[in-house]
Ligand binder design. Structure first.
Ligand code: B12
Ligand code: SF4
Length: 487
C-alpha cells in the first residue's frame, strides 16, 4: 500500500501570516514518531513517503502533489498545538483527494478521537502507539476486511463512531524495532537528532499530558546504545550535532540509566546527549556521575519552589531534593548545562507562591550555577488539571481547533489566576534576575522567561486607573466630578 505520513508544525499568526512558531520554528529535533512509523511500515512491505512540513516550515502541499495523488492512505500526526495546522492540511488533502483514506495519530487523536472524527473530514484515528495499529489498518484496507480487529482504532461505521479496544502495550523488542528513517532527513533542517531509550513514565504528575503514564518500558541498555550509534551516523544532516533522548524521563530507572552512561563511556563517542530527568534520580545509583561526560544539556522539571506545590504536582520530589540535585551537578561540574524548569501560576497559586518559586530558583542559580526556565502554566489537554477544568466546563476540545489558542487570553487566564499587576510584578522581578544573571554568567541565556503577549495586549502596563464606570458617572453628573488632568 502507498502511505504518505505527514508531520505538521505549530502555526500562529505573525504579522498577519500563519507561520511556524515556538519549538517548530527552531526545529530542535525531527518528529521521531513519523520517521519511525515510516520505517516500520516499509519493513512490512509498504511504500511510504514522509511529508515533513516542520522541516519545510510551511503547510503548502504543492511540492507533494504527486505523492498525495498516488497515496492510498494519508496519515497526519497531531499534538494539541499542531491540531489547528493539521486541520488545514487535512482540508487541503481532502480537496486534492476526496477519495483517499485519512488517519490521524499522536496525542491529540488519542485524547479526542470522536471529536476529531465528528469535526474534521477524516476516516480514522489511531490512539496511542501505532506500530501495530497502522500496519493492521493498512492490511485491513488492502484486503477490504472489516476494521473491528484493528487495535487502537476509532472509525465511523455508518452513523456510529466505533472505538476498538486498545491492543497490549508494545514490548521492549518492538519499541527497539526498525530505526527511524533519518536517511531521509532534509540536510540542515534540524538542530539535533532524536531517539528514545524508553517509553512512558511510572508517575502521573497533575500538570503532565504525556500519553503512557504509570506505564514505563525501557529498552535493553546494549540495544539502546547500538541504536544510538546507528542514529549518530546521520549527525551530518543536523546543524547542532547532539542527540536528543526524547524519553519522558531518561532516568526513570536510575540503575539502568547509570548503566547507559557507563556503556557510552566504553565506546568511542563522543556522545552529546540532550535529555530530561527527575532531580531525585541524579541522587541514585551513580547516575549523575555516569551520565556527566555525555551530557550536552539536560532539563530537570523542578516545577515549584515550595513543598506544598511539589506535593500537589506529585513528582515525588521536595525542595530539598532539588537543592541536593543542584549541588551534585555543581560538584560534578555540569550544573551550567542543567535547565531547572519551573512553572509559574499553577491553578492553586497566588502571588506568594509564585514569589517563593522565583526566589528558590534564584537561590539555586546563585549558589550552584544551574540555569533557570520560568514557564507560565498552560492548560494542556491530557493532564489531570485539564480534566478538572473540563469537568468544570472551563475548557473543551474545540478550543484547540484554531491557531493562536496557545497564546490566547482565554486559555492563559483559565490557567493562571494572578492579576495583571501581579503578572507585571513577576515580569519585573524575573527581568531584574535575568540582568543579574547575564552579569554573573557569560552564556547568553542562563535564565529563560517570556511575558504573555495576550496580557500585554489586553492589559497594557500603561492602563490608567480611570475606569469606564467613573467616566460614565462624570458624564451623567458633571457638577459632582472635579476637573481631572490625564497625562
Ligand atoms: C520529543 C518531544 C518534543 C520535541 C518534539 C520534536 C518534534 N519535532 O516532534 C520538542 C522538544 C521540540 C517538543 C516540543 C513541545 N512539546 Co513535546 N514532547 C516530546 C515527547 C517527550 C516525546 C515525543 C516522541 O517523539 N515520542 C516517541 C514517539 C515514538 O511517540 P509519539 O510521538 O507519541 O508517536 C507514537 C504515537 O503517538 C503514534 N503517532 C505519532 N504520530 C502519528 C501519526 C500517525 C498518522 C499515526 C497513525 C500515529 C502516530 O505512533 C507513534 C509510534 O507509536 C512527548 C511526550 C511523549 N512521551 O510522547 C512530548 C509532548 C508531545 N510534548 C508536549 C508539549 C506540551 C510540547 C510543547 C508545547 C512544549 C513547549 N512548552 O514548548 C512543544 C510543542 C511541540 C508541538 N509541535 O506540539 C506534550 C503535548 C501535550 C498535548 N496535549 O499536545 C507532550 C505529550 C509532553 C507532556 N509531558 O505533556 N516536544
Ligand atoms: S512530568 Fe515527568 S515525571 Fe511527571 S508524569 Fe510527566 S513525564 Fe512523568
Amino acid at each position: 500500500m502507498k502511505i504518505a505520513l505527514i508531520a505538521v508544525p505549530i502555526l500562529d499568526w505573525v504579522d498577519g501570516e500563519l507561520r511556524p512558531v515556538e519549538m517548530d520554528a527552531y526545529r530542535v529535533c525531527p518528529p521521531y514518531g513519523i520517521y519511525l512509523l515510516a520505517s516500520v511500515a516499509r519493513d512490512r512491505g509498504h511504500e511510504v513517503a514522509i511529508v515533513d512540513l516542520i522541516a519545510a516550515q510551511s503547510i503548502d502541499l504543492d511540492p507533494y502533489a504527486k505523492v498525495l495523488a498516488n497515496a492510498d492512505l494519508v496519515g497526519v500526526a497531531a499534538t494539541s498545538l499542531c491540531w489547528p495546522s493539521a486541520r488545514r492540511v487535512i482540508a487541503a488533502v481532502r480537496e486534492l483527494r476526496p477519495d483517499v483514506k485519512i488517519v490521524v495519530g499522536n496525542i491529540h487523536a488519542s485524547l479526542f478521537d470522536s471529536y476529531l472524527l465528528e469535526s474534521a473530514p477524516i476516516d480514522f484515528c489511531i490512539r496511542g502507539e501505532a506500530e501495530v495499529a497502522l500496519i493492521e489498518l493498512a492490511a485491513a484496507l488492502e484486503s477490504k476486511r472489516p476494521l473491528d480487529s484493528v487495535p487502537n482504532l476509532t472509525y465511523r461505521d455508518g452513523g456510529r463512531i466505533v472505538r476498538n479496544a486498545a491492543g497490549p502495550r508494545l514490548s521492549e523488542s518492538a519499541i527497539g524495532g526498525p530505526l527511524p528513517a533519518y536517511e531521509e532527513l532534509p540536510s540542515g533542517a534540524y538542530q539535533h537528532l532524536a531517539i528514545e531509550s524508553s517509553r512512558g513514565c511510572a508517575l502521573d504528575c497533575s500538570f503532565c499530558s504525556t500519553g503512557y503514564r504509570r506505564s514505563w518500558i525501557g529498552l535493553d541498555v546494549e540495544r539502546f546504545v547500538d541504536r544510538l550509534d546507528h542514529v549518530r551516523g546521520h549527525l551530518g544532516r543536523v546543524t547542532g550535532g547532539a542527540v536528543h533522548v526524547i524519553d519522558d524521563e531518561l532516568a526513570m530507572n536510575p540503575k539502568r540509566a547509570a548503566q547507559i552512561g557507563r556503556a557510552l563511556s566504553d565506546r568511542p563517542g563522543p556522545y552529546r546527549l540532550i535529555y530530561d530527568a527527575r532531580a531525585i534520580d541524579f541522587l541514585k545509583a551513580g547516575f549523575a556521575e555516569a551520565i556527566a561526560p555525555h551530557t550536552e544539556q539536560l532539563l530537570i522539571g523542578a516545577e515549584c519552589g515550595y513543598d506544598e506545590g511539589l506535593l500537589k504536582i506529585g513528582k515525588g520530589i521536595t525542595v530539598d531534593t532539588l537543592e541536593r540535585c543542584a549541588a551534585e551537578l555543581a560538584r560534578l561540574g555540569y550544573a551550567d548545562r542543567a535547565d531547572f524548569s519551573f512553572i509559574l501560576g499553577l491553578p492553586w497559586e497566588g502571588i506568594e507562591e509564585v514569589r517563593k518559586t522565583i526566589a528558590f530558583g534564584a537561590h539555586l542559580f546563585g549558589t550552584y550555577g544551574v540555569r533557570l526556565r520560568f514557564n507560565w502554566f498552560l492548560l494542556m489537554p491530557g493532564s489531570r488539571l485539564w480534566e478538572e477544568a473540563r469537568r468544570a466546563g472551563r475548557v473543551s476540545a474545540a478550543m484547540y481547533d484554531e491557531p493562536g489558542a496557545y497564546h490566547g487570553l482565554y486559555l492563559f487566564r483559565e490557567g493562571v489566576r494572578l492579576t495583571p499587576e501581579q503578572l507585571y510584578e513577576v515580569r519585573d522581578t524575573v527581568v531584574r534576575l535575568t540582568k543579574l544573571g547575564r552579569l554573573l554568567r557569560r552564556d547568553t541565556a542562563p535564565i529563560a522567561f517570556f511575558f504573555p503577549r495576550c496580557i500585554e495586549e489586553a492589559f497594557p502596563p500603561s492602563t490608567s486607573n480611570d475606569t469606564s464606570l467613573a467616566q460614565l458617572r462624570h458624564l451623567a453628573r458633571p457638577d459632582r466630578v472635579p476637573l481631572t488632568i490625564i497625562d
